[in-house]
Ligand binder design. Structure first.
Ligand code: IDP
Ligand code: MG
Length: 139
């Protein structure tokens, strides 16, 4: 994935609120190409593992409960400078702090229920992509 791929999840709130079409359109309009995508639901064990880095944080339990509360869409996206550009497109973790025009500003409900995930480094993009997809599922 060396620099040109990132990993995203459209989180349960974006599916519940009916915004996945709008969000995928924004991702496409920003120049990202979808290399893999699936509708799936995280088990408690898998959500705990995905967010293990946050296990000491006070919101960890709430985060795992929310991320297992309904289906998600997992996807691998390609674009030059994918990780950084996608973080710019989604905006700050808390929608109250997210820039105008970002996905979280438009569609996130709160700091916890914040519509989308975006990898924070090239290394984590690879780890997270591999967590959700087999090599054979990539185009
Ligand atoms: P990020 O998704 O913008 O990278 P992180 O700090 O890595 O943000 O946190 C991971 C996820 O944990 C967030 O996207 C959000 O869903 C949840 N989260 C982060 N901080 C809080 C909080 O203070 N309260 C509730 N949930 C939080
Ligand atoms: Mg993060």
């Amino acid at each position: 994935m060396a620099g040109n791929r990132t990993f995203t999840m459209l989180k349960p709130d974006s599916i519940e609120s009916g915004n996945i079409g709008n969000i995928l359109q924004m991702i496409s309009n920003a120049g990202f190409e979808i290399k893999a995508m699936k509708l799936t639901q995280l088990s408690e064990d898998r959500a705990k593992k995905f967010y293990e880095v946050h296990k000491e944080r006070p919101f960890y339990g709430e985060l795992v409960e929310y991320m297992t509360s309904g289906p998600i869409i997992a996807a691998i996206l390609e674009k030059d400078n994918a990780v950084e550009d996608f973080r710019t497109l989604i905006g700050a973790t808390d929608p109250a702090e997210a820039a105008d025009g970002t996905i979280r500003k438009l569609y996130a409900e709160s700091k916890g229920r914040n519509a989308v995930h975006g990898s924070d480094s090239d290394e984590n993009a690879v780890i997270e992509g591999n967590f959700h997809f087999e090599a054979s599922e990539l185009v």
